[in-house]
Each structure stands twice: as structure tokens, then as C-alpha cells.
Design a protein around this ligand. Structure first.
Ligand SMILES: Nc1ncnc2c1ncn2[C@@H]1O[C@H](COP(=O)(O)OP(=O)(O)O)[C@@H](O)[C@H]1O
Ligand SMILES: [Mg+2]
Length: 301
């Protein structure tokens, strides 16, 4: 591989179909738990006559951390919602460990950007043990689960508080613990730190990497933050601008963890990702007839 591309392996560009021909790398280091493999084949999702995404191919091996980047409105949340079983694919297929995803499943956990999804009237302990309680597990098992996963997110001391008594970052930790308490094979995260301040975000990014390594689950993480993707991902998939968005490119982040943002390979990857996303944003603006604005911006107006 040329020196300039060291640490960056671009698998495919602008050809979603070709992505299927690329074998996803398998993680070499053993994982602590068990993740589920996700396979998306020629998937399309429509809302009535509007085709949001089309021809999506993604082969995500068990235990992988995949980041999904793309211009705003391209269909990242739509694709993630389909992976969570909240919406159905209109074309193609979507499977978790070989079984079609047909609806919401504790095996497929979703962490949302907003912590409003927490139950305000329940304590942190009750929020985190909600899933196991619904499955009818014993009180002792509920306590074990709360202890383990609140421990993992560093919030054991907050078990008896209510979400309203916590900071935004702490609430996101509770949300993550609540999802992990179901011991899912796949954790889907939709810009989970997008509403947090920069410092809290940084802490939670580091915690996410640690939790992922400890849990062994597969993670699909949507973000619009290129640096966040480089910090966290095994691979980064970039989507084209919608409508009918597909996968534009797929990069392997071949950098040791914990990641060093100033590593020259990280800087080269950042530039590549910026280029790819920039191209799509410009395309979207042209499609929307906003070229004039682009020209003005280019001239520094
Ligand atoms: N329930 C829905 N009904 C109709 N259109 C939708 C629905 N959800 C999303 N869309 C459209 O699908 C496209 C992709 O949206 P979304 O997945 O939210 O984008 P992203 O998360 O990448 O910003 C957008 O054009 C959006 O307006
Ligand atoms: Mg979104």
C-alpha cells in the first residue's frame, strides 16, 4: 500500500453494489461477550412514494464498531431504525445473525440522541432494570443487572435518583445502561452525544469505546462528526446524499486503540472523509438549487 494511504483502506467508492463483494474484516482480538452479525443486502426504504434509501449493502461482522456518516437528511436514522426493527425495509433484506429483522427486539438495542426516552417517573435503577423486569426476571437478577451496567457507566451511586436530577451526560449514560441491561447483540446509536457539550461528549466517547470493548457487542453508530467516527470505528461507511441514498464509500480505520487524533494516518483519513461528505453535500445543494449560495460561500461572501 502506498505510504500516503497507510492506515486507510478504502474498500469501495461510489458503487454500492461493489461493496457486497468486499469481505468485511473479522476482528482479530477476542471479544468479551457476543455480538450479532448484521447483514444488509440491496436494502431500500420508502415512505409512501418517497424512496429514502436504496441499494444499501453492508456486511457488519459480530463485534464490529461501524460508524455511519453522511450529509444531514440522507437517511442515516432511517437505516438505523430499520436495523432496530422500528421500520421495515421495502426492498432487499436485513438480517441479524441470519434471521430477518421483523420488529423491535431486545437483541437490537437503540440509544437515541435525546434522553427524553428515559422514564422520568422511575428511578435510575428502575429505568435500567425495565427490560429485565418486563421479562419477569427475579429481583436478585434485576439487582445484579443494575449493579453490573450502572457500574459499567459509572453511575452506581445514582441508582435511587430520578432522570430529572441528573445532567445530560449522566442521562445518556443511563440510557446506554438501560440498553445494555437487555444484553443485546447489537447496539444502535443515533448521534447519541449530539446534544451534549464538547467536554461531556469527549468523556462519553472514551467510555463508549471502553464499554464496547468490555461488552463485545456489535455497534452501529450514526454521527455527523468525522473525528468522532475516527476515534471510535473499526470501519466508517459514508452515505450518499438522498433521496435514494446508498453507501458511497467504506473505510477501514486501521489505527491502534486508544486512538490518537494527531496520528498522520488519522489526519489523512479525516481529509478523505471530509472530501467524500463535502462532495455529497455539494451534490445535495445543487439538487436543491442552492448552487448560488455555494458559489458565494466559496468566494468567502
Ligand atoms: N417517517 C417518515 N416519513 C416520511 N419521510 C421520512 C420519514 N422519516 C424520514 N423521512 C425522510 O427520509 C429522509 C432521510 O431522513 P433521516 O433518516 O432522518 O436522515 P438523517 O438521519 O441522515 O439526517 C429525509 O428526506 C426525511 O425527510
Ligand atoms: Mg438522523
Amino acid at each position: 500500500m502506498a505510504e500516503a494511504m497507510k492506515g486507510i483502506e478504502k474498500e469501495t467508492v461510489e458503487n454500492a453494489v461493489a461493496v457486497t463483494t468486499v469481505a468485511a474484516p473479522t476482528r482479530t482480538e477476542p471479544t468479551a461477550g457476543r455480538g450479532a452479525a448484521l447483514r444488509v443486502e440491496q436494502a431500500g426504504i420508502s415512505f409512501g412514494d418517497f424512496r429514502a434509501v436504496q441499494g444499501i449493502d453492508l456486511d457488519i461482522p459480530a463485534g464490529e464498531f461501524l460508524c455511519l456518516l453522511g450529509p444531514s437528511g440522507c437517511g442515516k436514522s432511517t437505516l438505523l431504525s430499520a436495523m432496530a426493527g422500528f421500520i421495515e425495509v421495502s426492498e432487499g433484506s436485513l438480517t441479524a445473525d441470519g434471521a430477518p429483522v421483523r420488529g423491535p427486539d431486545p437483541e437490537l438495542g437503540m440509544v437515541f440522541q435525546s434522553s427524553e426516552v428515559l422514564f422520568d417517573w422511575m428511578t435510575v435503577h428502575q429505568n435500567v432494570t425495565f427490560g429485565p423486569r418486563m421479562r419477569g426476571v427475579s429481583r436478585a437478577e434485576q439487582n445484579r443487572v443494575a449493579d453490573e451496567f450502572l457500574g459499567l457507566v459509572g453511575l452506581r451511586h445514582c441508582a435511587d435518583r430520578y432522570p430529572g436530577q441528573l445532567s445530560g451526560g449522566m442521562r445518556q449514560r443511563v440510557q446506554i445502561a438501560r440498553v445494555l441491561a437487555n444484553e443485546p447483540g447489537v447496539v444502535l446509536m443515533d448521534e447519541p452525544f449530539g446534544a451534549l457539550d464538547a467536554q461531556t461528549r469527549q468523556v462519553l466517547q472514551q467510555e463508549t469505546a471502553r464499554i464496547w470493548e468490555a461488552s463485545g457487542c456489535t455497534v452501529v453508530f450514526v454521527t455527523h462528526d468525522i473525528d468522532e467516527a475516527i476515534l471510535l470505528a473499526d470501519r466508517v461507511a459514508v452515505m450518499t446524499a438522498g433521496p435514494a441514498a446508498s453507501i458511497k464509500s467504506l473505510y477501514t480505520v486501521d489505527l491502534p486503540r486508544p486512538r490518537d487524533e494527531s496520528d498522520p494516518a488519522a489526519l489523512r483519513l479525516r481529509n478523505k472523509l471530509r472530501e467524500d461528505i463535502g462532495e455529497e453535500v455539494r451534490k445535495a445543494m445543487r439538487d436543491q438549487g442552492l448552487d448560488d449560495q455555494l458559489d458565494r460561500e466559496a468566494k468567502g461572501a
